[in-house]
Design a protein. Structure first.
Lengths: 312, 312
């Protein structure tokens, strides 16, 4: 006699491939605990065999039956849905969040450039004196009242800015406020990424910092794929264009990709970049493996080794 | 004797080109009322002549004098500043505002696409059922509480969306809220543009509607330049690429540029587009000339002629 189980239940077939016993699953939960039911059947019938391919083909005919069809369909659909549902892991949320940061940066940049041009009609002297967009927005906005700061305008007869009325300042003010809010959202998203990484990949976070680490995972596609990459790949992740140019035309090979934004590299003199990038990629590779297999936290140790080597 | 005036004052020179009388301007206001002072001098001295070029050259030597230098410099600087200040006209503000709308659209688009992708992890069924970004954002957001509507999520066991916890929904919610605010800002900017156009170019607004009209002015560079354009140029304003392709390669000439967004054209069947575009450009050209020279309001008449011709 043969034992066979699918999403519908556990079945016992005799040598002529007729069903002699069965336990039907009521719901997906039963299916997930199918081992229990198989055990139960095995205790009832002795000498049950697993069918081979030929025998399987003959048994499957039994299920070509309208009685099973709807049930079969529904349960498989439910199973598929459940699989999709549970496929949303923390690294997918992380990838969404880091992408949203990149897109917030784009949006902020577009709007901030417009704000500058517009505001400069009114008060060009201040705008020219503050280069950083974020600082500029914070300087000209009275956050409590939600108004543009008027005292910033230098003596009107000296300024070459136009004397705009309240109704013309209003839209400039709203735009400023909006950009300020976008910066606040960006900060909130970064702290969300940081919290996610604490649970998902504390070692990568310790070695690379939140943003660079999240971008590496985003570029690799998932934490799993990052953990499978050799350090040399991690080193140039994000520099694919330069890599293929190197392979095609023999131009210089890229020294670093995303990790160039790491503070250790960004602060170092240019001739050290390649060296630091190599070591950093090494440590990141180790950290990603530890994170993926949920090993002990060694991020502080890895980071210390890095800093001792390059920070004097 | 000669009379000569510059930014410093009004001067009377004798036949040997020595100064015999002068009135110095104290400030720019005096300069702006210089006609009064010239009159004063003319009443004092009879038979004053305007110098010719040769005589002027000899007179100017008098001002090559340190006594005048600082004053000359400062007053000219002030005058230049004043000119820049007063060069900010309503059409410059209009151009800034319409540009900001285009950039808001870009920013909204980038962020809304990200929101969709992110939100679909949680509730894909709703996102797929609403195509319009603005409607989508308004549907999923509880505007009073500033929360994502939970009741939208269909029966959790049927949905393939993941069951995200509050901490994972929070950044999605903030992003939704931000996009909602961007849409509100966009609406406010449009109503600002509309108000500006009521004062600056009511006729263009009546014929073209606020957005299309503002874009035409933006593309022309100013209301003045738009008013100087022939109707045929207005018709294809914004379709420069297609026009030059036509001139270079003999491809079809463009039938319309920016004005294709006008509701009359957008709603009409494709074979009428060229015809409507030509008439619309005609009326716009008339309207822009009336607006620039601040003539009477004939926008309603122009619009009515248009609609009678094409709306049945």
């Amino acid at each position: 006699m043969y034992i066979f189980s699918n999403i519908l239940g556990v079945f016992v077939f005799d040598e002529e491939f007729n069903v002699v016993d069965e336990i039907l699953f009521k719901n997906l939960e039963d299916y997930n605990n199918k081992d229990k039911f198989i055990e139960q059947i095995k205790n009832k019938h002795k000498n049950l065999k697993e069918p081979n391919n030929e025998e399987l083909k003959k048994m499957i005919i039994y299920f070509k039956n309208n009685r099973f069809f709807n049930d079969f369909c529904n349960k498989n659909l439910q199973l598929a849905k459940l699989d999709i549902k549970s496929s949303v892991k923390d690294d997918i949320l992380l990838i969404q969040a880091i992408n949203s940061i990149e897109e917030l940066d784009k949006a902020i940049n577009i709007l901030a450039k417009r704000l500058r041009e517009w505001y400069e009609l009114y008060n060009p002297e201040i705008s020219k004196s503050i280069e950083n967009h974020e600082k500029f927005v914070e300087e000209i906005l009275d956050k409590e009242k939600g108004e543009l700061l008027e005292k910033l305008k230098i003596n009107p007869s000296d300024s070459i800015g136009a004397d705009l009325g309240q109704e013309d300042l209003e839209p400039i003010k709203s735009l400023t406020h909006q950009i300020y809010d976008l910066y606040q959202l960006r900060k909130a998203q970064i702290s969300y990424i940081s919290t996610l990484m604490d649970g998902l990949c504390p070692n990568i976070k310790a070695v690379c910092d939140a943003i660079v680490g999240a971008k590496l995972i985003e570029h690799a596609g998932s934490l799993k794929r990052l953990s499978e990459m050799p350090a040399s790949t991690i080193q140039i992740l994000g520099a694919e264009k330069a890599l293929f140019r190197h392979m095609k035309t023999g131009a210089k090979s890229p020294k670093h990709g995303i990790i160039v934004n790491h503070p250790l590299i960004a602060k170092a003199p240019a001739n050290m970049h390649g060296k630091i990038a190599r070591t950093l990629a090494d440590k990141t590779s180790i950290a990603s493996k530890v994170d993926y297999f949920q090993g002990k936290f060694i991020g502080d140790k890895l980071r210390k080794e890095l800093e001792e080597k390059f920070v004097k």
